[in-house]
Design a protein around this ligand. Structure first.
Ligand code: EPZ
Length: 423
């Protein structure tokens, strides 16, 4: 298993190109099941999760070409298998996004239940209740979800008013795709407003869907009989941008995040500024630099435009070396503090009380062997390593590879002493 070695203490200066957003690309790829296509996705990142989604779609029968040099994914062809097997779904929860498109277009689908994961139990009840409200019959057997459209799968899903009791990115995406091909009008109320949802709406509309209310928590979808191919450019990855913003801030350098934008960072940009980090929009993207010292500020994770849960671990690494204390409260996932004991092994002073972590800043972290069990936790350890004295080895790098493209190369290019150790 590969590891990453970081020798801390170097300032980062220069430019980092931000790739296409993983969490936009995954649902965008699932739209390939809604049409014979082709659906062309530009600015596609080269990540393990993208390869997993491509593998899943191929086993449904689609042709998925990933031209990595051109950063383009092309999806086309016919679906000949309506089952998403456990072996693929367990690798990546976003696999459940094939459910809505398959049942809307083909009348039935059988998709493995994703199960829990390191950051929490993560049920899919909202996806299933929404499909039921659109006329699907859902049964669970042997760890699989069976979904069937009306008339034993021969009829079509119908529109309806779906009020989400809790904001869910994945359920909003699944139901948007299903509603695009349903009979009549579907209203999604208290829908997720993440930029990735708007990106999905833009692609669906380019494919012939009729969605209104983009960027709001109330989406109105008028179903159409069929969708066609389209050409779409994936939005920049706001979480990758936020992560490198933390890298610049924790080392005290100045980095230009090419392609990044302020709006997509939501409350995170404001919180960074409060902590003493300058974040400025420039024509090419965002520049991030530390002003004087870092100071502790509180943050609470919330759905967009609130502070993203996907930035909580990285921000905690930053707060670990800030002056004063900060309280970071996680409201989205119940078990997203797995980086805490690892950061503490590097000399951080963090205590968890329920869903809040109290971080007392220390003057210096020290390098150590660390490992983490999810993507954002892993990268927070790389960030801590950049600021630590001595050498940090981050184990289980495959978590990082799910969502960060060539993290060591991007950091090394702006002056970090970091390398991948194969093995
Ligand atoms: C998406 O996951 C992202 N993944 C996650 O990014 C991100 O952390 C999360 O949204 C929140 O922003 C992708 O986009 C592929 P949710 P998703 O449904 O859609 C509960 C990363 O690091 N819930 O918005 O699975 C759920 O348990 C990843 O890149 C239900 O109770 O998240 C959670 O507490 C990790 N029932 C909350 O809602 C449901 O049916 C929000 O989850 C669905 C969700």
């Amino acid at each position: 298993m590969d590891r990453i070695r970081v020798r801390g203490g170097r300032q980062l200066n220069g430019r980092i190109a931000i790739g296409g957003a993983k969490n936009a690309a995954l649902p965008l790829m699932a739209t390939g099941l809604l049409t014979e296509g082709p659906v062309v996705l530009r600015n596609a990142p080269d990540l393990a999760d993208i390869a997993t989604m491509a593998g899943l779609l191929r086993q449904h029968g689609l042709s998925v070409e990933h031209d990595k040099a051109a950063r383009t994914l092309t999806l086309s062809g016919n679906v000949n298998n309506l089952e998403a097997p456990y072996d693929l779904v367990r690798k990546m929860r976003a696999s459940v996004l094939v459910l809505g498109p398959l049942v809307a277009r083909f009348g039935r689908a059988r998709v493995s239940l994703p199960g829990g994961c390191a950051i929490g139990t993560r049920p899919v009840d909202l996806h299933l209740k929404g499909l039921e409200a659109m006329g699907a019959t859902i049964t669970l057997d042997a760890g699989y979800i069976n979904a069937e459209a009306p008339n034993g799968g021969k009829g079509r899903l119908h529109g309806g008013r779906i009020l989400f009791p809790q904001v869910s990115v994945g359920a909003t995406e699944n139901l948007l795709m299903a509603a695009a091909l349903a009979d009549g009008v579907t209203e999604l109320v208290n829908a997720a407003r993440e930029p990735e949802i708007e990106d999905l709406c833009l692609l669906l509309n380019a494919m012939g869907a009729k969605i209104e209310g983009l960027g709001t928590d109330r989406l109105r979808v008028e179903g159409v009989a069929e969708l066609h191919g389209a050409d779409h450019s994936i939005i920049p990855d706001r979480i990758e941008a936020g992560t490198y913003a933390c890298a610049a801030a924790i080392t005290g350098g100045e980095v230009l995040l090419e392609g990044a934008g302020l709006t997509h960072l939501g409350a995170f940009a404001r919180t960074l500024r409060e902590a003493g980090v300058a974040v400025e929009e420039v024509p090419d993207g965002l520049t991030v630099s530390r002003l004087n010292g870092l100071h502790g500020v509180d943050a609470m994770t919330e759905p967009y435009p609130g502070f993203a849960t996907d930035m909580q671990a990285q921000f905690m690494a930053l707060m670990a070396v800030a002056e004063g204390a900060s309280m970071l409260t996680e409201t989205i996932f119940e078990n997203r503090f797995m980086h805490v004991p690892e950061l503490n092994r590097m000399g951080a002073r963090i205590n968890v009380h329920g869903s809040s972590a109290i971080v007392r800043g220390v003057a210096r972290l020290s390098g150590a062997q660390v490992m983490a069990t999810d993507l954002r936790a892993s990268v927070s350890l790389v960030l801590a390593g950049l600021a630590a004295e001595g050498e940090t080895i981050v184990n289980r790098v495959y978590h990082l590879d799910r969502g960060y493209e060539r993290v060591e190369a991007k950091l090394a290019a702006v002056g970090a002493d970091v390398e991948r150790i194969a093995g």
